[in-house]
Unconditional design. Sequence first.
Length: 301
Amino acid sequence: MSVLKPKLVPRTAKNPFADIKNDDPFAQISAYLYSKGIIAGYPSDKNGEILFKPENQINRAEFTQITMKMLCIIPREEAKKLPSPFLDALDPTAWFYPVLKEGNIRGFIRGYLGETQVSADGIIRAPFKPAKNITWAESATVVLAALQEEGIIDIGKVDLKPSIGAPWYEKYVLLAQDIKPYLKNPGEPRSFLLTKEESLLASQPISRRDFAIMAQRVLLIHDCTKPAVSDESGAEGGETTVINKEFARNEEGIFVVRPDCGNMCPCRASVGTGADLKSLDAIFAAITGHGGLPIYAKSNE
């Protein structure tokens, strides 16, 4: 099985995709997502042009890649190695292998559990079917699970069991139409993944265009590529100190996402966008005190 990987191809025009008209409202959304490295395109027959193929149905591998990127999740080293959690994704060199395994480690990417098999090595695995399309309902459900795992929403106490005779996705689709009550931090006045009209398409495959629009809605709720900055300052002598309530960022673009973990210690964190960590790299943990005054501690040397 071959799953073609979209690529980021340099393009100077504001609208990077040749098959999206400049007057199309989607052009601005796709250009922004492309500039952030969240979506990519396919090289066309014309030199230098790339196509987004917006009306194509998005496959499960592409969906997972975009979901990871819109949440600034970078696969860890473990996710690049065997064993695989899926019986049809056994090649660690496949472009989609690390994102599938990382999502599985985090708990929001799962295979078809009704089709599990015991492999020769004795491991029970389900297929993921990376080339298969994904529906509106499945997309919204996985994104909700990812937002929950990343600590952006809290739906742990929401009853998501469907009503008798209703499809499995009933409560997920309803929840996806208004997630503002479940946000841990204030978001847009209306925070949603699906419109009421889109919810009627729940069982149908979602297109690359429509899932890109859903990704943009996620960024309106929580844009991990644009950290919020506080105007507080703990500096003296006229210096300016930028305090980031969600991120610790250095000059090289590596930042650590600090979720709200209450009284739990140590508090889990993950490296996000811009990171290019290698084995034996030194990691520095930064602890800030009152007013953002930094107390630096070298961690892994």
